[in-house]
Design a protein around this ligand. Structure first.
Ligand code: FAD
Ligand code: DHB
Length: 389
């Protein structure tokens, strides 16, 4: 078998890249380790930057997003019971869109299926060969048989635990990492959201986030210790803890109900450099991870895909490798700014087990500054809506 681009991973980055390439007439095959149902069952991101929405439109999957996505003009930060709204629209002229990662993935899967483009779900033991040379290949087991695809390029869109980054020789890659001593316990419930906009809350009991998927479906998170078990959290315990951590008026509006999903995600900052190794390119979580506090992970996956797609388009249409050569530098420049923003939001809003009284006063001073300075709020707002591509 032969194709132009083998894409490893059918998460949002792999599917979006595949869709953009296909529309440009560039042949591609996706290899995904899990089943389509499994990929769709993972409840993750919920907030799309306008740049991500533009890219989804460019990929031809913007229709349901335009109908069902919730445009948000702002969000709130709460600190020790005090609320500060961040007026995204007023401060930046831009909005974000609340639309679940599951829906983005579904729309991209539907478009790929309608176009009849090749995807292998439940592809086992994917292995990369000769990506440092001119003729890379990817082999995998599907329905008990070993297959091999020859290609021009490999796109590593296989997430943090994927095979692509792991296939790079240790001496060719440098990694930067911070692991936070807590995770987020998330709960999905079919009840109206507690507030019209998202509320990110810091309290003496830890962080909490009130988010949503629609007018009738809410998504909530609470900070928990790293070794916490989901089984230890009944729905009742979750809602009690959530209400304890958000301002009174928000707590009063939280409507409990049986959880549709409950899971714990650890928090980590991680960047691999570079993002290109010969004919292998890493995009999305395969190359970097941010803690979810800034709502940046999915959006960074989209900006990587934008740079990579433009580079591949240029290669095939204009016989120029300038974009491919610039890919890693361009993508990383945007990645590091989002890593910084996500890190600073995480520091501001979470309770760190080792924090001293000094650290706590610094956090309070930072929140006070945000409430008193238009410049400080504008900085948060412009990062939240996404820095330019
Ligand atoms: P993934 O979604 O991880 O997809 C990678 C795919 O590759 C997977 O389907 C995997 O099965 C497959 N794969 C792995 N290994 C192999 C292999 N060896 N062979 C073949 N296939 C393989 N981001 C935001 O922008 N906004 C948010 O609000 C936000 N909230 C979040 C909340 C939570 C609780 C979590 C956990 C994450 C959140 N994120 C958010 C981050 C966002 O979900 C990720 O950044 C995003 O999923 C990255 O997409 P991806 O396609 O690069 O990777
Ligand atoms: C959601 C997740 C986030 O990490 C975030 O910052 C905002 C919203 C969500 O799942 O709705």
């Amino acid at each position: 078998m032969r194709t132009q681009v083998v894409i490893v991973g059918a998460g949002p980055s792999g599917l979006l890249l595949g869709q953009l390439l296909s529309r440009q007439g560039i042949d591609n095959v996706i290899l995904e380790r899990k089943s389509a149902d499994y990929v769709l069952s993972r409840i993750r991101a919920g907030v799309l930057e306008p740049g991500t929405v533009d890219l989804l439109n460019e990929a031809g999957v913007g229709q349901r997003l335009a109908e069902e996505g919730l445009p948000h003009d702002g969000f709130s930060l709460a600190f020790e019971g005090r609320l500060q709204r961040v007026d995204l629209k007023g401060l930046t002229g831009k909005q974000v869109t609340v639309y679940g990662q599951t829906e983005v993935t579904q729309d991209l899967m539907d478009a790929r299926q309608a176009a009849g483009t090749a995807s292998f779900y439940e592809a086992e033991d994917v292995q990369l060969h000769d990506f440092e040379g001119a003729s890379p290949r990817v082999s995998f087991t599907f329905e008990g048989r070993r297959h091999e695809i020859a290609c021009d390029f490999i796109a590593g869109c296989d997430g943090f635990h994927g095979i692509c980054r792991a296939s790079v020789p240790a001496g060719a890659i440098e990694t930067f990492e911070r692991v936070y001593p807590f995770g987020w316990l998330g709960l999905l419930v079919d009840q109206p959201p507690a507030a019209h906009e998202l509320v990110y809350a810091s309290s003496p009991f830890g962080f909490a986030l009130c988010s949503m998927r629609s007018q009738t479906r809410s998504r909530y998170y609470v900070q928990v210790p790293l070794d916490e078990k989901v089984e230890a959290w009944s729905d009742q315990r979750f809602f009690d803890e959530l209400r304890r951590r958000v301002p009174e008026e928000v707590a009063a509006a939280v409507t409990a109900g049986p959880s549709l999903e409950k899971s714990i995600a650890p928090l980590r900052s991680f960047v691999a450099e570079p993002l290109r190794f010969g004919r292998l390119f890493l995009a999305g979580d395969a190359g970097h991870i941010v803690p979810p506090t800034g709502a940046k992970g999915l959006n960074l996956a989209a900006s990587d895909v934008h740079y990579l797609f433009e580079a591949l388009r240029e290669h095939y249409a204009e016989h120029s490798n300038a974009g491919l050569d610039a890919y890693s530098g361009r993508a990383l420049a945007r990645v590091w700014k989002a890593v910084r923003f996500s890190w600073s939001m995480t520091n501001l809003l979470h309770l760190f087990p080792e924090a001293s009284a000094f650290d706590q006063r610094i956090r309070r001073a930072e929140f006070d500054y945000l409430t008193q300075s238009q410049a400080a709020l504008t900085s948060v707002a412009e990062n939240y809506v996404g820095l330019p591509y």
